[in-house]
Design a protein around this ligand. Structure first.
Ligand code: SF4
Length: 261
């Protein structure tokens, strides 16, 4: 049964014990809480590797003659009597066996691991104008946001102000010297395991030829052409600022396309 998609240990044990009288203890969150208090189990209930400890404890208690009724009783006990905040110990049928009740440590159990805070990274990004075009670069095909286009930028270093970080990142990523014309906006975006706070600057090309460090291609595009390229969502959040305003620099002529493999 465990081979079926979406069927975990808890469901498989519940079905086998309740439906087929098989001797499998079923352990859900309610049952873990009861067991944690009953035996003062010092393993966090939200730690995957701790499941075996709770399974072993439940297996030892299991009424092998009536596994289905036992499992339902344990689940019910956790849901109705041994509740998370205000357990009804006075009406609990296993009170006399409960280790946490005996020494008054009920509210210490179950133990929980506090989740690590999601890291947040400060990012500086430069929209570089050269004549009536903007520089965009394509990320490597492999890895995060693979193959998408973006504006040059990267992580702001410790102690660095966002504008300096923007100039440094542009120099490192695409080898250009630019000046900052103005601050455009701040964008916050959450990925699965981290968040970014992106400071976006409007920059003006000064000198240099594009030399890509990690990116695989670049384009100098007109603002109205941006729609033709796939961008990460974080970039799309400030793109509307660019459609209506192209900065002219009549003294500079540019090549518009580049590839680096
Ligand atoms: S005595 Fe209280 S803490 Fe212990 S199992 Fe019963 S309800 Fe839960």
């Amino acid at each position: 049964m465990r081979q079926l998609p979406g069927i975990g240990d808890y469901i498989a044990s519940a079905v086998l014990s309740i439906g087929f009288d098989q001797p499998y203890a079923s352990v859900d969150g309610n049952v873990k809480r009861v067991l944690a208090r009953l035996f003062k189990i010092e393993v966090p209930v939200n730690q995957a590797k701790g499941l075996a400890v709770f399974k072993t404890a439940a297996d030892k208690l299991l009424d092998r003659g009536n596994p289905g009724i036992f499992n339902q009783a344990m689940m019910e006990l956790g849901a109705v009597v041994c509740q998370p905040r205000n357990p009804k110990c006075d009406s609990c049928p296993i009170q006399s066996h409960c280790a946490a009740y005996k020494d008054g440590s009920i509210h210490k159990y179950p133990l929980r691991l506090s989740r690590d805070p999601v890291p947040e990274y400060p990012i500086a990004v430069g929209v570089i104008y050269r004549k009536d075009r903007l520089l965009i670069t394509r990320r490597p095909a492999e890895g995060l946001l693979g193959g998408l286009w973006e504006f040059p930028g990267g992580k702001i270093e410790k102690g660095e102000d966002p504008a300096s970080g923007c100039l440094r990142e542009i120099r490192e990523e695409v080898g250009l010297e630019v000046t900052i014309d103005s601050y455009l906006t701040k964008v916050k975006h959450a990925y699965t395991h981290f968040r970014i706070v992106m400071e976006v600057f409007r920059c003006r090309y000064v000198s240099g030829e594009v030399k890509l460090k990690a990116h695989t291609a670049y384009r100098w595009v007109r603002p109205e052409e941006l729609d033709n390229f796939p961008f990460p969502k974080a970039n799309l959040k400030f793109m509307h600022f660019l459609y209506s305003s192209s900065k002219e620099d009549p003294e500079v002529t540019v090549e518009s396309v580049g590839e680096q493999r």
